[in-house]
Write a protein that binds this ligand. Structure first.
Ligand code: NI
Length: 171
């Protein structure tokens, strides 16, 4: 199974709003398989299709719960946050912006509705880390990166550092 290339900031695919999937297909299943492999290979807890250059509303998450010796694995097609409650702060990074981290304010709990790969609708009631990862990945589908959620001054400072690494490095 091939591992896909993960796009890095400032690739334009990361800033685009992704389109809904019309209906599941074999091509989509193959993409999901490849995304799961790519996420695991990169030791990531989530990966959204735009990060591998596909601007469609598809993402995968695999959030470990070490104390319980298990992980919460989901494949989501056309995910939507249907309700949310409370707030949490926590450190985030992104496979598309390696080496950078920031404390980001997110909803504590979210209920997410999505289709699975057979086209069946399901709902996840998430809190804590799983809730955070789902919000981060759903943001990717709208072209939003984690640092876009920072307050203006913090965002500008971090973006300047990121640009120095990823943009100037190309010249
Ligand atoms: Ni990310």
């Amino acid at each position: 199974m091939p591992v896909l290339d993960i796009l890095f900031y400032p690739d334009p695919a990361l800033k685009r709003k992704s389109l809904p999937v019309e209906k599941p297909s074999e091509d989509l299943n193959r993409l999901l398989d490849d995304m799961v492999q790519t996420m695991h290979d990169a030791n990531g807890v989530g990966l959204a299709a735009p990060q591998v250059g596909k601007n469609i509303r598809v993402l995968v998450v695999d959030v470990p719960f070490p104390e319980e010796d298990k992980s919460e694995f989901y494949e989501l097609i056309n995910p939507e946050i249907v309700s949310s409650r409370g707030f949490q702060m926590g450190e985030e990074g992104c496979l598309s912006v390696p080496g950078f981290f920031a404390n980001i304010r997110r909803k504590e709990r979210v209920q997410v509705s999505a289709l699975d790969r057979t086209g069946k609708r399901f709902t996840i009631d998430a809190e804590g880390m799983l809730s955070r990862v789902l919000q981060h990945e759903i943001d990717h589908l709208d072209g939003i990166l984690f640092f876009d959620r920072l307050r203006r001054l913090k965002r500008d400072l971090l973006v300047k550092q990121i640009n120095e690494r990823f943009v100037s490095a190309r010249d």
